[in-house]
Every structure is written in C-alpha cells, then in structure tokens.
Design a protein. Structure first.
Lengths: 263, 269
C-alpha cells in the first residue's frame, strides 16, 4: 500500500508578487513534475547536491509547503485539502539547532510540542521518557536546550518527531552533526521504526547512512528525479556512481544494486 | 480538538510562557520598573496640571490611570500576536508550530491569550497602584458593564492581533507597521486627553478606531462623570466592531499563512 504519493508535483519559488513588491522575482523550479510513491514501512533515501530539492520534497509532505502544481497525498489525504489529517500522521525532524525554546529543558520542550500534537497528558510523561531513552537523551532530559550541542539538538528533533503516533517520519540529514556512535544508534532506530511499520523518508548526503537504512533511493538534480533505485541491498559504490555520474547507467549496473534511470 | 484537549494545549502554552518568563528574570524586573516609572510620571503630571482640569467630569489622574492602563493592556495584547509569530520565526519554531495537528489559528490565539493574561495581571496591578496614589479611591460604578467592556475589548484586540500576525507572516516586518499605527492610535484614542479636544476632522478619524470606544466605555464604567446611556452606546459600538473584525482577523491570518506555504516564506524572518 502506498503511504506517500506525489502526482506530477511542481514547486516554484519567487513566482508570486510580494505584498509590497512591484514585480515578482524570477521564478525558479525547486521541484519539477515529480511523481513517486512510497510504500508502507519502507525507507526512501533522497540524495542530491545542495539545492536539488531534497528539503522541499520533505516540506511538501509535511505541509510546511504547498505544491504549485500536482498533488501530494499521505494515506490518500491531499496535503492541500486535508492538511490537519496529514499533520497528525507525519513527524518531521529537520536539521539545525533552531526550532526549540532555548530556556526550556528537553523534557519541557517535548511536553509542549506533544500537547500540540494531541498526545494526551496521561500518556505524555511516560512517552517522553521512552522516546528520550530511545534517542539516548534521557541523561540530558532536564537540561535547558540552550546548553545542547548540535548533535543533541539533532537527536531532540528526532525525539520530537516521534512523540506522536506517526506513520510517516521525515528526516532531513539526521546524522549530520552526530558522532559515529550516535549516528549508528539513529540508523538502528530508523530500521526499528521501519520494521514497526513506519514509513521513513531521509534526505541525506551520506552514502553509508543510505546504504545502511534505505530500501530505495531517489536522486534529485535541479528539482527533477535523476535516478531511482528500488532494489536492496543498496551499496555505497552504487550510490557513488549514481550520484557522480548518473548518466552512465552501465557503471551503475555493475554494482550490486540495479539502478533504473528515470529521466 | 475542542474541550479538554484545548485546555491541555492552553496549559502547555501557559507553562512554557511562565517558565520562560521566570528564566528571563531581568526582563520581568525591568518591565515592572518601567510601569512604576510611568505611573509616577502620570501622578506628578496630574499634580502639576492641578485639580481644576477634570476631563469628562473626572479627576485627571484617574482619567490617565484608566486610559493609559487599559490602552497599554489592549495594545500589548495586539502586539503579543505579532510577537508570537515574530519570536517563533526568529527562534525557528514557527514552521513546527504551524504544522502540528492543532489548527494554526488556535496555536496563535492560545499563545497570545497567554500573553494577554500576563498583561491583565499587569493592568490590575497598575490600577491597584493607581488606587494607592489616589486620595479618593476608584469606585467601579458599573461592575457588570466593565466586565462586558473588558471582554468585548479583548475580542477586538484578538481580531486586530490576528491581522497583525497576518501582516508579520506576509511581510516579516509587521512590527514596524504596527508601531507606526500604534503611535497614531495613542494620539487619537484619547489616552492622555479627551477626544473631544481634538479638531473635528481628527475626532471623526478617532471614532473609527475601536480602541477609542474601548477607552470611552471603560472610563464610563469605572469613573464618575459620564452617563449610563453613553456607556450602553459604546458597548453597542464595541459589539459591532467585534462582529466585523473577528471574522476578518481569522480570514486574513489563514490567507497569509496559505500564501506563505505557497511562497515558501513560512520560515523567513
């Protein structure tokens, strides 16, 4: 069953007039005519150079952005028409240190966001403990997040995304600031979540990470799908070939993963 | 989700704000010091002007305390909507607050109402301190009516606040515009002197501002001087403003949010 579906989706930035601007800026396609489907419980990795549209793709699923053309569906719910339904099923961990209240502790931050995520007060406290333990943050639970390192912020972002009973988890470079041990823990967590039935979409530059967790890989270039691979196991070598020279399909076929050119 | 869920969310937001205020103690102390200085300034201003000046038939210090206290309460309430958005944009939490299963307008209103309750405490303390300085204690003439005026005025401030938040989402510079409008309103709404003392054309403009009627009504309810019919008339005007402004506020916020999601400016600041 498809949990996420993109139907001819395009996203353009700078095409609309600003409130006080005389003219619109030049439009640029962040995503162009994207169609894809992600099945339940699978892990899709999205690769691509900076500015290729990876984060835009995740934000469209999360409803942070709305498509200009086409439809994005999560469990059949259109992100434009049934945004609240989509939001109750999707957790998003974005990379970066902002997005928390600095003078609240990790536990207080999670409590706050969990309340807005409709996690009831009776189960909240227990769930926070479980999630903090699962993301190796239990020892830091009662420390202001302004004292956190980049890696801790990253883990806390994942913890926040996991607070609600979600079916889709979006991870934007989830191990970017993590040490090797912590990164390995996050990869294990992703596999566990996938085994539990959560569909995961990861935007990443890290081939090892993708090889460790992904069931399928998508390469974006200038907002278009450049290549896709849906066969496991996916190897680092295959992705290196795919990423650096995706037009030479023959090189890719030599690798363990059979890659299908789609554009 | 309405009902217990809403109360839980309101409590979560209130808890966040209380913890944050407690942990930024110096800011809270400076606010209290500023309010005390303002009150002292008005006390000596009224004393310098002398007892013969009785705007709308009431003691000038009472006129100032109720006018400035209530004006500040309402304007800070309006600003709190804008600040909620602005702080969330700058802190990076805005995108997340606007993509929880809780409707964005509810998140915004609960956040602003948390600030409103803080402002209400400040307003009550301000009035209380004013009472201590007054030789003749303030006697609310129409307690029920003053509560009604308070609630209608809060509803208007919520509506204007939603528009201010919409402006912040759309331009990321809403505070500049609101500051400019606020300065004009301070002059025109009769905070420091009666609107009747303004030139006729300015008086007409002043009457189009809902806060003018909020201050008139609150003074009528709390102070000696004006009649009951004037109070009822002002309550009617406030109710009419509510009916028009509340849907307008909600619509403008939803529209600007949708526009930001399309333009990709939700996280811009």
């Amino acid at each position: 069953m498809d949990v996420i579906a993109f139907q001819s989706v395009s996203k353009v930035f700078g095409h609309q007039r600003g409130l006080f601007k005389r003219a619109a800026t030049d439009p640029s396609f962040a995503l162009r005519d994207i169609s894809l489907r992600v099945s339940s419980g699978s892990v899709l990795a999205v690769l691509g150079p900076n500015g290729s549209g990876k984060t835009t793709l995740l934000k469209l699923i999360s409803t942070m952005l709305l498509p200009d053309q086409g439809r994005v569906l999560v469990h059949g719910s259109d992100t434009r028409r049934h945004a609240q339904q989509v939001r109750s099923q999707v957790g998003f961990a974005i990379s970066g240190e902002r997005s928390f209240f600095p003078r609240l502790t990790a536990r207080e931050n999670l409590e706050f966001f969990a309340a807005l995520d409709n996690v009831g007060p009776k189960i909240r406290r227990g769930r926070i403990g479980t999630i903090l333990a699962r993301t190796s943050l239990l020892a830091m639970a009662d420390i202001w997040v302004s004292n956190f390192s980049s890696g801790m912020y990253q883990k806390l972002a994942i913890a926040r995304a996991l607070m609600k009973p979600l079916s889709v988890l979006l991870l934007d470079e989830p191990t970017r600031s993590l040490d090797p041990v912590a990164a390995s823990e996050i990869r294990t967590l992703v596999r566990e979540l996938s085994a539990e039935g959560t569909t995961v979409v990861i935007a990443s530059h890290n081939f090892e990470e993708v090889a460790a967790v992904a069931d399928s890989v998508l390469v974006l270039r200038r907002g278009k799908i450049d290549a896709a691979c849906g066969v496991s196991p996916i190897t680092v070598e295959a992705m290196q070939s795919l990423y650096s020279q995706s037009t030479e399909a023959a090189d890719i076929r030599d690798a363990a993963c059979v890659l299908e050119r789609v554009s | 989700m309405i009902g217990p869920g809403l109360a839980d969310k309101a409590a979560a937001i209130l808890r966040r704000d209380v913890f944050t205020a407690m942990r930024y103690r110096s800011a809270s102390v400076l606010t209290i010091a500023g309010v005390a200085a303002e009150l002292a300034a008005f006390y000596y201003l009224a004393k310098a002007i002398g007892p013969s000046f009785r705007p709308e038939g009431t003691d000038y210090f009472s006129f100032l305390v109720v006018g400035t206290g209530f004006y500040t309460f309402l304007v800070m309430g309006i600003h709190s909507f804008l600040h909620t958005v602005q702080e969330a944009q700058q802190g990076g939490t805005f995108e997340f607050l606007m993509t929880t299963p809780t409707a964005p307008s509810i998140v915004l209103c609960l956040s602003a109402l948390s600030a409103f309750s803080r402002n209400a405490v400040q307003f009550v303390l301000y009035l209380g301190a004013g009472l201590l300085l007054l030789k003749e204690p303030l006697r609310p003439r129409e307690l029920g009516a003053s509560v009604m005026v308070f609630l209608l005025s809060v509803a208007i401030a919520v509506a204007i606040g939603m528009m201010a938040a919409a402006l912040q989402v759309a331009t990321q510079k809403g505070s500049v515009i609101l500051w400019a409008l606020g300065s004009g309103a301070w002059l025109l709404t009769g905070t420091l002197f009666p609107v009747a003392d303004l030139p006729r054309w300015l008086r007409s403009t002043a009457n189009l501002i809902p806060l003018t009627h909020a201050l008139n009504a609150m003074r009528s309810a709390l102070l000696e001087g004006s009649g009951r019919s004037k109070l009822l008339q002002e309550i009617g005007v406030l109710a009419a403003f509510c009916l028009v402004l509340l849907p307008l506020g909600l619509l403008s916020f939803s529209y600007s949010l949708r526009r930001a999601r399309l333009q990709g400016t939700l996280s811009s600041y």
